[in-house]
Ligand binder design. Structure first.
Ligand code: SF4
Ligand code: SF4
Length: 499
């Protein structure tokens, strides 16, 4: 089993043990810095600017004025400690700077120094600090050891959202020329080619045609996976990983079978061939807006009636929370359907209407569990019911498989643990962090493997699926244990019996 470079993999512990701290345990790790060719196309300086300190403070002032929550979060922490053991990166690395409150304090100390009366006059009394190069280096390291998952905010009595502080810090760093290579390079690819993976249109055509052939060979039924089809009812916006690798591609096959059986005309767009929107990871609403607008352009050009998102966690968060304000109004779409819709909502509604014929015994070789992806769980909803984002994917799984068991309630739904690779950290230069950050999820998974014989964990996020495929072998679990929710639907759907 490929395990990659040598990493001191944490031992799976007694479930939910809180580890002792290890000062500086992750001080050696930071991601590759973006080069000028990744920075400049996004409108950021190519490298650290000469007057970086002044520019950073100006940008901080700008963000404090623009985002009302930011100064509230910075002023309201009472150091109660409720968040300290809630971050998967602290639990996996033991580095005290990965405690959410300590991460916030890296920003808070600078805020106090330049934006509060006490911090300007008595900095030593209020924990205020100058923005030195040493502080900036700590920012770069530890704001790239936060996946913006918001778990800590669930436990904070004041609802302080560390993710917002991380996003502000990354935005400031981009504006002084210290961006992260992984995220900024990917955003550049979305602008120039259309998707994160840099798949050009001919490669997309090839892939979709190949998948049509595979489905027909396997089932004897011709199921279409159309690209740029004018006048289709549904524009499917899905992560480009769905066109490329397992288990993602098995999910895409599942969506195609669902649309086929329900008689829904759908299409993928070569212009918006990516659901992911890394603008949120770098805290840039300008980039989020630009990336979102591709979807509007594609929907208008193709004349579709609905926009449906495939299985991608942060894409659904951006879509659900911001698509209408970033790229609306969507008044040219059919008002019968919400904009946007999640593929799980579509499949769930079709199941309720009896429009799909699912045979759950097709998955009888599996005992399933479900990993709630953090952006779906804590940044969005599905359906018109509170908690729909938890219930709907589970209902789809339970309609498609007979054996399902949830993991420990402290690790699912709104308390779910991040996979360890979200928030722009799914890069091999951070593999050590990814492996260690996955520890709490791996511990909860191991528990249901041992007690209930769980064989597979389903997810609705491309980042979670890629992350788990990579890190599970470090914990002695097979990489194909992670599956797409619509892969399970795909196995169960009885083509040729309804349509
Ligand atoms: S947002 Fe998530 S990753 Fe960031 S500090 Fe909070 S729990 Fe940790
Ligand atoms: S839980 Fe909230 S108030 Fe308490 S230390 Fe953490 S951020 Fe501060």
């Amino acid at each position: 089993m490929a395990r990659g470079p040598d990493i001191d993999v944490p031992t799976l512990r007694e479930f939910r043990d809180i580890p002792a701290i290890q000062e500086g345990a992750m001080a050696h790790l930071s991601p590759f810095v973006a080069k000028p060719e990744h920075q400049e196309p996004l409108g950021f300086p190519g490298e650290l600017v000469d007057n970086w300190q002044e520019k950073a403070i100006d940008k901080m002032g700008d963000l404090l004025g623009k985002y009302r929550a930011l100064p509230v979060f910075l002023d309201s922490c009472v150091k109660c400690g409720a968040c300290t053991d809630k971050c998967h990166y602290f639990l996996g690395t033991q580095d005290p700077k990965n405690m959410p409150v300590a991460r916030q304090d890296l920003f808070r100390q600078v805020y106090r120094r330049y934006f509060t009366w006490a911090g300007k006059i008595f900095p030593w009394l209020v924990g205020a600090k100058d923005l030195t190069k040493e502080v900036l280096d700590d920012w770069y390291k530890y704001f790239h050891q936060c996946s913006e998952c918001r778990r800590c905010s669930v436990f904070c009595p004041y609802g302080i959202d560390t993710a917002e502080i991380t996003m502000a810090a990354r935005d400031i760093m981009d504006h002084i020329g210290v961006g992260q290579k992984y995220s900024n390079e990917i955003i550049g690819k979305v602008h120039t080619i259309g998707n994160n993976l840099g798949l050009p249109t001919p490669a997309l055509i090839n892939t979709l045609e190949g998948l049509e052939e595979d489905i027909e060979e396997e089932t004897g039924i011709a199921v279409r996976l159309p690209l740029d089809e004018q006048g289709a009812d549904v524009l499917l916006v899905t992560p480009s990983a769905d066109f490329f690798a397992e288990p993602h591609v098995d999910g895409l096959i599942g969506y195609a079978k669902v649309f086929h059986q329900a008689g829904i005309r759908w299409t993928v767009s070569s212009h918006a061939s990516e659901a992911a929107n890394f603008g949120i990871f770098i805290g840039s609403y300008e980039q989020m807006h630009k990336v979102s607008n591709r979807i509007r352009t594609a929907a208008l050009e193709l004349g579709v009636k609905r926009v449906v998102f495939g299985e991608c966690g942060h894409a659904w968060r951006v879509a659900y929370s911001f698509l209408n304000s970033l790229a609306g109004p969507w008044d040219f779409l059919d008002p019968k359907y919400p904009t946007p819709q999640h593929i799980c909502e579509v499949t769930y509604d079709l199941i309720q209407q009896g429009a799909l014929n699912l045979d759950p015994t097709a998955n009888d070789d599996k005992v399933l569990t479900f990993h709630d992806s953090c952006n779906v769980a804590r940044g969005s909803r599905m359906g018109n019911i509170p908690g729909g984002q938890f219930d709907i994917p589970r209902a789809v799984l339970k309609a498609s498989a007979n054996h399902f068991v949830d993991m420990d309630p402290e690790t699912i739904c709104e308390k779910t643990f991040c996979c360890g690779g979200g928030g722009g950290l799914l890069t091999d230069d951070l593999l050590e962090l990814r492996v260690k950050g996955a520890l709490p999820r791996m511990e909860a998974l191991k528990e249901v493997v041992e007690t209930h014989g769980v064989t597979h964990m389903a997810a609705i996020c491309a980042i979670c699926k890629s992350q788990f495929s990579k890190v599970m072998p470090f914990y002695g679990l097979p990489m194909d244990m992670i599956v797409s929710v619509h892969q399970i639907v795909s196995n169960a759907i009885q083509l040729g019996t309804k349509e």
